[in-house]
Design a protein around this ligand. Structure first.
Ligand code: HEM
Length: 113
């Protein structure tokens, strides 16, 4: 299950940056499609993450914080894309995305291994 989690969050990150490129290039139609695929991927990341949390950690300890930080990453990506496509400022969410991404890797690979 860890492989499915890693594969899905990796794909999510790649597609997020594709979406940011499309947003900046003002390509609305392909952006909408990528956003839909991304939402499906968010659910898969969440589902696999929750499974790991339940099956391997029984909702105990630092893995809970890892999960919350993972959710935070997803919220930032979603806010950047939805606010960005409405022309609203996204800087505060970019800052949060950087912080949450650093934390998710510190927890995922550093603390939990
Ligand atoms: C885009 C968002 C996310 C990213 C980038 C991410 C990243 C990671 C990374 C790097 C690992 C370590 C993989 C490894 O040890 O090989 C991991 C594991 C894990 N993730 Fe996520 N994750 C995300 C979202 C979530 C969510 C939403 C949840 C739960 C609701 C979650 C729960 C977990 C759990 C429980 C583990 C197992 C910890 C471990 O044994 O290392 N993750 N994730």
């Amino acid at each position: 299950m860890i492989h499915v989690h890693v594969t899905t969050w990796f794909l999510t990150l790649v597609l997020f940056f594709v979406a940011v490129y499309l947003l900046r290039a003002n390509k609305q139609k392909p952006l909408k499609i990528i956003q839909m695929v991304l939402r499906l991927l968010y659910l898969l990341v969440l589902g696999t993450g929750l499974h790991l949390l339940a099956a391997y950690y029984q909702f105990q300890g630092a893995a809970n914080i890892k999960a919350l930080v993972g959710l935070w990453v997803i919220f930032c990506m979603e806010f950047i894309l939805t606010r960005g496509s409405k022309g609203k400022p996204t800087k505060i969410f970019w800052i949060q995305l950087v912080i949450s991404l650093v934390l998710v890797f510190v927890y995922g690979y550093g603390i939990l291994g």
